[in-house]
Design a protein around this ligand. Structure first.
Ligand SMILES: [Zn+2]
Ligand SMILES: [Zn+2]
Length: 416
């Protein structure tokens, strides 16, 4: 989940460090997982110790493939580079289901000090993809041990969720042509929500995310004689302020939009007017029409502002992830699975949208499905530390309940 990094004070270490002591979620384990959850907590911590960046998940990918093979899955390597699909076919049923986990880590220096801290300087699993992979592997084992469905199950382990578009690369390599799915589901952990608590949302759930570089080309000169230069710095300063009016004056107040100027660079000395000023923007929306409006207004405003200052704007617009839209029928199905598993006290039926983004959105453009959240911990617990923070760690209490959820979803999908 590529998100803005928030500052967050380091939190106390989790008191439960014994992998065999996994707390209240034990009661949600399917029979097939009883006594085995410690193995998957160790596996999660092993993946955590060995983080790999986007499209470099060679060790993780091989570990996933070897486990799936050992459990009787038909394994397909190499989709999207390091992507892996494990296929389990049972009976004669024609229905097919896809479940996706992500495997990549982030370029962050870990500061948790945990026993399973990253062994690689400057790299860590700060978004919990180690946990997502371990949860789906635990489910894969439980499902393989109790094959009680009729159809085809596709477990999709994707590379490069953190901005690299690994989902798209797998789809470009024929993911859904080779492994057709009637529905797809994915789960992400969410700090600030109690561990093991499930959150669902119909419709738009996560934002589109576009990246824009704007270069303002002027004419450099002496700081003492500005009338003989065309100052791109003053134009850029004006543009930064003018951009703030797009969300407040052009977007419907009931819609969601973000226009953030995250970088502004110009000049090196007090008496030199620079020739170029550069800006970096992050632009997000929860509706494709709003996304288009933002693009149109930003381009028009920047060009008109630049012209008014006698400078020229060069706009490099890079489209990132699209709006993630959950499908109603599949979301209702996923919600019912959680209600049956953990009860209504641990389910949020319709949670808030998030301005983070997620490339599972591209899978949902092609295949009906739903993206759900599982709480990572709240209050003063260690699991409340936000993702993309150097103190973050996936909550191992979720492995049993998350795996039990996937196993239940598989069982109920093929029974429905
Ligand atoms: Zn992330
Ligand atoms: Zn993530």
């Amino acid at each position: 989940m590529p998100m803005a990094q928030r500052s967050f004070a380091p939190l106390p270490r989790r008191s439960i460090c014994n992998p065999n002591n996994v707390g209240p979620s034990m009661s949600y384990m399917g029979d097939a997982l009883v006594g085995k959850v410690g193995e998957f907590i160790q596996l999660r911590r092993d993946i955590h110790r060995h983080p790999e960046l986007a499209f470099e998940e060679h060790r993780t990918s091989e570990l996933v493939a070897a486990k799936l093979e050992a459990w009787g899955y038909s394994v397909h390597r190499g989709l999207g580079g390091t992507g892996v699909v494990g296929v389990l076919k049972r009976g004669v049923g024609k229905r097919s289901l896809g479940i996706r986990a992500d495997m990549d880590a982030l370029p962050i220096q870990e500061t948790t000090g945990l026993d399973w801290t990253s062994s690689k300087p400057g790299l860590m699993h700060a978004c919990g993809h180690d946990g997502h992979t371990a949860m789906l592997l635990a489910a894969a084992k439980a499902i393989a041990d109790t094959p009680s469905f009729d159809g085809t199950l596709n477990l999709i382990f994707q590379p490069a969720e953190e901005g690299g578009g690994g989902a798209v690369r797998m789809m470009d390599d024929g993911l859904f042509e080779q492994h057709p799915c009637d529905a797809v589901f994915a789960m992400h952990n969410m700090p600030g929500t109690p561990a093991g608590h499930f959150v669902f949302r119909d419709g738009a759930a996560m934002a589109s995310s576009d990246y824009i570089t704007i270069r303002i080309h002027g004419t450099g000169g002496h700081g003492a004689m500005p009338h003989r230069a065309a100052d791109p710095l003053v134009a850029a300063a004006s543009i930064v302020m003018a951009l703030q009016t797009i969300v407040s004056r052009n977007v419907d107040p009931l819609d969601t939009a973000v226009v953030t100027v995250g970088a502004l660079h110009a000049g090196n000395a007090n008496n030199v007017i620079p020739a170029v000023a550069t800006m970096e923007l992050s632009v997000r929306a929860l509706d494709p029409d709003v996304r288009l409006l933002l693009e149109q207004r930003i381009k028009a405003l920047v060009n008109a502002q630049a012209e008014s200052f006698g400078v020229r704007a060069e706009i490099d617009w890079r489209k990132g992830y699209c709006v993630l839209v959950n499908h109603t029928k599949e979301t209702e199905f996923a919600r019912q699975v959680a209600l049956n598993l953990v009860g209504s006290d641990r389910v949020t039926l319709h949670g808030p949208a998030i301005t983070g983004s997620e490339d599972f959105a591209f899978m949902l453009e092609k295949i009906p499905g739903s993206y759900l959240l599982i709480g990572n911990g709240d209050g003063d617990s260690a699991g409340a530390c936000m993702v993309h923070n150097p103190s973050y760690d996936f909550n191992d209490d979720n492995i049993a309940v998350g795996a039990a959820y996937w196993a239940a979803l598989v069982r109920e999908f093929f029974a429905s």
